[in-house]
Design a protein around this ligand. Structure first.
Ligand code: ADP
Ligand code: MG
Length: 328
């Protein structure tokens, strides 16, 4: 299949769905309208086969997830997603595997539809290793983006849901398949039996609606992609504060609850790929938000003046090395 037939057969129908898209796929650039009194919020995330997802990941999940991780970044700013651009580097054997392309595109189409996101363009090349680079665009009312910088002493630290499930699933997959994660072997799309919690790893649900609701409530926010410990650390550094976290309060799946503490905390604090939000709110805003949106935010600790991250369990300090996902 040529680059052009690939684009026109599989991607063209996903474009110009959004009222803000004046010109979608087919020209040199897309042209978009920014809504009045809004700012453009943009991000890009690249997923490399064997590094950011196991080679055995289904085509559908690869498509879905490469968009989901970017929508999660937009969610963490409180932005409303608008559109994506898709940079696709395909190995030859996938360019010619129409079923793979159809499934991959379906994953992209489904998540775009769920969040009213337009595919407005991209680029397609050949490469030895499957690499997907998605650029996402969103809008936020002027001055209302929630950043990592605004945490204040006395704020309550919250997360949006269960943490650790995805890294638990990844560990089972890697143990099972002994996959070479250095990108040497390349056997994508192997049919595999699912491991427990694999959906959390493959099909993360970005907290887009919650992120927007937190505008005007949260003082700071980040999405958890590289491990709660490391990502909360980014808020603390950017805000020049510290935090005390009660490990017993971090929500996690019942399968993780039964594990020995050290193993459980490894998934929760150092595992990645959660795509939940971590944010801080004043106690007054926490109470107000919790009343109007019950069971959507989970308090796990407090922002304090003393720098660093302190962990407690049963009110006793816990010594645990924070080491999230390292990109290099
Ligand atoms: P150019 O050579 O001018 O960059 P391309 O041939 O790369 O143009 O792309 C033609 C059109 O197809 C452009 O509108 C581009 O945005 C779109 N396009 C190319 N690859 C993809 C892709 N993987 N996903 C979505 N749109 C794509
Ligand atoms: Mg191009």
């Amino acid at each position: 299949m040529s680059e052009f037939s690939l684009i026109y057969t599989h991607f063209k129908h996903l474009t110009a769905q959004h009222p803000n898209t004046l010109l979608g796929i087919g020209d040199d650039c897309a042209v978009s309208q920014i809504p009045p009194n809004h700012q453009l919020v943009s991000c890009v995330d690249t997923l490399v086969a064997g590094r950011h997802f196991p080679f055995s990941t289904s085509a559908y999940a690869i498509g879905y997830k490469s968009v989901a991780v970017n929508l999660s970044d937009l969610a963490s700013m409180g932005a409303t997603p608008y559109a994506i651009l898709l940079g696709l580097s395909l190995p030859t054997e996938l360019v010619t595997d129409e079923n793979w392309i159809i499934e991959f595109t379906q994953g992209i189409a489904d998540i775009c539809k769920r969040f009213n996101v337009d595919l407005i363009g991209g680029d397609t090349t050949k490469s030895d290793i499957l690499t997907i680079s998605v650029t996402a665009l969103g809008f936020v009312p002027n001055g209302q983006a929630i950043t990592r910088r605004g945490a204040k002493v006395g704020d309550i630290v919250c997360v949006s849901g269960e943490i650790g499930s995805a890294s638990f699933a990844l560990k089972q997959i890697l143990d099972k398949e002994k996959i070479d994660c250095r990108g040497v072997s390349h056997t994508p799309n192997m049919a595999k039996e699912e491991v427990p919690l694999q959906q959390a790893l493959d099909l993360p649900f970005p907290q887009v609606e919650l992120g927007q609701k937190l505008r005007g409530f949260a003082n700071s926010m980040i999405d958890i992609s590289d491990g709660l410990g490391q990502d909360l650390g980014h808020i603390l550094t950017a805000s020049n504060v510290g935090a005390v976290i009660d490990l017993a309060k971090i929500p996690c799946h019942s399968l993780l609850q039964t594990l020995p503490n050290a193993e459980k905390w490894q998934y929760i604090l150092n595992g990645g790929d959660d795509y939940q939000l971590c944010f801080t709110l004043s106690t007054a805003n926490f109470e107000q938000f919790n009343q109007s949106h019950p069971n959507q935010v989970f308090a796990i600790g407090e922002i304090v003046a003393e720098k660093g991250l302190k962990l407690l369990y049963d009110e006793k300090p816990v010594n645990f090395t924070i080491q999230g996902f390292q990109h290099f």
